[in-house]
Design a protein around this ligand. Sequence first.
Ligand code: PLP
Length: 431
Amino acid sequence: PDRSDITYFGAGPALLPTTVLETAAKSLVNYNDTGLGLAEHSHRSELATKIVEEAKADLASYLDIPDDYEVLFMQGGGSGEFSATVYNLVNVWVERRRQRILQEAGIGAGKEISEDVILTELRKAVEQDLKIDYLVTGSWSLKASQEAARLVGPEYVNIVADGRKTNDGKFGKIPDEKDWKLSKNAAMVYYCDNETVDGVEFPSFPKALEPVGEDGPIVVADMSSNILSRRIPIKNFSLIFFGAQKNLGSTGITVVIIKKSLLPPAVGTPAPSLMRKLGLPVGPIVLSYETIAKNKSLYNTLSIFDVYIAGQVLKKALATFADKVDGQQILAEKKSKLIYAALDAHPESYKVVPDKSSRSRMNICFRVTHGDSIDAAEKLFLKQATEKGLTGLKGHRSKSSQIPFKELIASSQYPKAMALQTKSRDEVNAW
Ligand code: PLP
């Protein structure tokens, strides 16, 4: 089939506007009449710097990112950020504690303190106080929390709430905020704004994470699969990250929006030797926000071609939506409402997995329950959908969680279901 014959619903990598791809294809052969393709130009060249800076500025404009935030282009994907957030924010936690110890000892006011005393105090602080908070509402935040436990040790990881515990053992509902168990002064409170596999999305910024700002918690959000789909109160977050491949561009770059108060000169990085003495991990240099920020995202070779594609998507979005991301939000809400309404109108055939309170506007997880066998019904649904040019509908299904249809109905335990990305040919072609 031709590109225009297909409506593709796959969760990622997602569809890109055809005109962006056509321009990009030309740039891949000969960029701006330089006689060289974009992927052949050095990331150290002036044109590469310009592409990076323009993409940053366009993202800042589209999302209204305030001046006290830095935008970083990195590599390693969302999974790389599961690790990077831990390394960097544990560093910040230790450095702030070190500064407090110095201050309390009267350093700067003529007093002295030995390195041994600092170390003893810090060890005590780490043992008593260091916590990294995770809200586990789906498989991606679960993975992030597991990575933290792997890197620093499970004793430092606090699960604020686990969506499975209040929903029959399955993800599908964000636990009530009054049941969240937040730590005091955690290195961060982490959550995934849209759980791609489970179809669970936070309806808005959680009240429990207020007050926002320097006196509030350090809030970190994974927005890999819903960035650019609604207005976000950036100032409520210390850090937002997302892989580009779902909602911004092609596979290969990761974007971090970070508050400058978490970077030098506001806060330095403790010496690696100190972190080792505290039994805490020292991260790889390519995951260091300080290093990436200092080098304006060009510490090492970056895929400029992928930054270029993201930049072109942003330019198109800026030209398409007069009220920027608000315009895209209206579209995302309209489309998801249409699909949920169609599914809800036929309860004999479809069952939406997540609870109404936590339904994602981006990934619609549902099961086809028509007839005696869910497997046969879904096979038939997928076959007939493909015949109509509706592709990528088969979701992320974990085999181990599949249970027979009758049992499923009886127990109302619906396994991870079909994820449906609400991006369509019409939407993309309309761009
Ligand atoms: N976070 C979310 C919400 C995702 O949907 C994904 C991937 O699908 C990831 C993280 C992992 O991203 P990556 O494959 O870029 O490591």
